[in-house]
Design a protein around this ligand. Structure first.
Ligand SMILES: [Zn+2]
Length: 266
C-alpha cells in the first residue's frame, strides 16, 4: 500500500472564512485598525494505491477557476492564485505516472468547487465516482447553477455512486461520515502497514487551529452542531487509532508532510 499526498497549491483567502478565533481573526480593540489576515488556503488530494485498486481522494481546484467560479462571485474571495504548473491535479498525477484512466475510485469528501473541481477529468474513464448520499441529494437538489461553493458546472451530468454510514471502501480505507460543513462531508481513514493510521479530514476540520480542543468554528458551516459532533467523532477515532490527522486546508501542516512525487507514506 502506498499513499501519496498531492500538494495542489493554494487559494488565497481572508482567514476569517476558516477560523472564527478571537485574537487571530476577530480583533480586540487594540487591533481594530489591523488588516485582516489573508491565508494560503492550501488544497490537496490523496492517491492511495492498494492491491485491490487505486483510489483518489478529492480533486482540488480546476485550471479554469477564474471563469468557472465567476457566477458564484467567490473567485474574488478564494482566488486559486498560489499554484505552479506542476501543482495542478492533472500534472500531479502525471508526475506519478498516472492518467485519469488509471484511477479506479474517485471519492469526493464533498462537492464544493475546491474539492470537486476536477472530477470531470474522470468522466467516461471507468472510474467509480463516489460521494455521500446526503451530499448528492443536496448538490443536485437545489435550484439554479450554484449555492455557496456548490457549483453544478463541476459535477452535473456525472453519475455518482453513494455511500452512507462509515464505509470500508477498500481494505484499510474507510470513509467516515462527518457532516456539518456540508450535509454529506466525509473524512477518510487509511490504515497503513508502516505509518499506521492517517485520517484526512477534508473540510470537517480546516486546520490544526480549528481542531482545538476546544474546536474553533468557521464562517462556512452548514450545520454548526453537526460540525462540532463530527470534529469530536474524528478526535475519538484518532485517539483510539493513534492516527496522524491531516487537516483540509492547513498550509503549515501540508508543508511539513511528505508530498508527491518525492515522498509517500506506506
Ligand atoms: Zn468545502
Amino acid at each position: 500500500m502506498k499513499l501519496h499526498v498531492l500538494d495542489c497549491g493554494a487559494m488565497s483567502c481572508d482567514l476569517t472564512w476558516l477560523l472564527l478565533k478571537p485574537g487571530r481573526t476577530i480583533r480586540p480593540r487594540s487591533e481594530r485598525d489591523k488588516p485582516v489576515e489573508w491565508y494560503p488556503c492550501t488544497t490537496h488530494a490523496v492517491l492511495v494505491e492498494t492491491g485491490e485498486g487505486t483510489l483518489l481522494w478529492d480533486t482540488s481546484c480546476p485550471r479554469d477557476w477564474e471563469t468557472r467560479w465567476e457566477p458564484t462571485g467567490l473567485q474574488e474571495y478564494f482566488p486559486y492564485d498560489q499554484v505552479t504548473e506542476e501543482q495542478y491535479l492533472d500534472a500531479q498525477l502525471g508526475r506519478l505516472g498516472f492518467a485519469p484512466e488509471n484511477i479506479d475510485y474517485v471519492v469526493l469528501s464533498h462537492l464544493h468547487f475546491d474539492h470537486a473541481g476536477n472530477v470531470r477529468l474522470f468522466a467516461n474513464t471507468g472510474a467509480k465516482l463516489i460521494c455521500h448520499q446526503k451530499e448528492k441529494e443536496f448538490a443536485f437538489g437545489f435550484e439554479g447553477p450554484f449555492t455557496g461553493a456548490h457549483l453544478k458546472a463541476d459535477y452535473e451530468g456525472l453519475e455518482f455512486e453513494t455511500v452512507s454510514g462509515d464505509t470500508e471502501i477498500l481494505p484499510g480505507v474507510t470513509l467516515i461520515e462527518a457532516p456539518g460543513h456540508t450535509p454529506g462531508t466525509m473524512a477518510m481513514r487509511v490504515d497503513l502497514p508502516e505509518t499506521g493510521t492517517m485520517i484526512f479530514t477534508s473540510d470537517a476540520v480546516y486546520m490544526g487551529d480549528s481542531y482545538g480542543p476546544p474546536a474553533v468554528p468557521a464562517a462556512i458551516v452548514n450545520d454548526l452542531s453537526a460540525w462540532y459532533a463530527s470534529v469530536e467523532k474524528i478526535r475519538s477515532i484518532a485517539e483510539q487509532s493513534n492516527a496522524m490527522v491531516v487537516f483540509g486546508h492547513d498550509a503549515e501542516q501540508l508543508r511539513s508532510m511528505r508530498t508527491a512525487p518525492h515522498g509517500y507514506y506506506s
